[in-house]
Design a protein around this ligand. Structure first.
Ligand code: COA
Length: 150
């Protein structure tokens, strides 16, 4: 796969929204992605592209010295091929250049693939928000990467 990771643009949003909807039981409204790309100064948005097709996305929020991973998704047909890892490397490296030292996120307790991905990067599970997800009252696991080093 000829994979590149680059900044998300407005032209990507249709494919980004489709991947998000295929990936989550509570997808973001399309206007949220538009807001991230056009208005949110904290937003650091990336897409993975293979042969002109968007195959993954990551939205991060850079707040002082912390990168919050707001969402990350890979097209179902392109999973387990290193796309998620490549997006995370890009987001963390780039935030590190901008001064981020820590990263954190929330993940559904049942989401073993994502928990494994984040653990591989050194994120540690350090908290729980009980019943955080409104569709099934599932807990959110809080994960922190204390020192960005990718
Ligand atoms: C989680 C997700 C982004 C991973 O993307 P991906 O491109 O498939 O992941 P990669 O191929 O880069 O895998 C990197 C590592 O993640 C872990 N991983 C990914 N998928 C996994 C799975 N199905 N089972 C167990 N571990 C998995 C592994 O540690 C893997 O490393 P390895 O291949 O050396 O074992 C993808 O499964 C996805 O989009 N899921 C739906 C949306 C979602 O849950 N997003 C995260 C919200 S917090």
């Amino acid at each position: 796969m000829n994979l590149i990771v680059r900044k998300m643009t407005l032209d990507d949003l249709e494919q980004v929204v489709a991947i998000d909807q295929a990936s989550f039981s509570l997808p973001w409204p399309p206007r949220s992605f538009r807001f991230e790309v056009t208005e949110n100064p904290a937003s650091r948005n990336w897409v993975a592209e293979a042969n002109s097709q968007i195959v993954g996305l990551l939205v991060g929020w850079l707040i002082v010295d912390e990168l919050h991973i707001a969402t990350l998704a890979v097209h179902p047909n392109f999973r387990r091929q290193g796309v998620g890892e490549k997006l995370l490397v890009q987001a963390l490296q780039s935030a590190g250049v901008e001064g981020a030292v820590k990263s954190f996120l929330e993940v559904r307790a049942s989401n073993q693939p994502a928990r494994a991905l984040y653990q591989k990067f050194g994120y540690v599970e350090d908290g729980v928000r009980k019943g955080y997800y409104k569709d099934n009252q599932e807990d959110a696991i809080l994960m922190t990467l204390e020192r960005i080093n990718v």
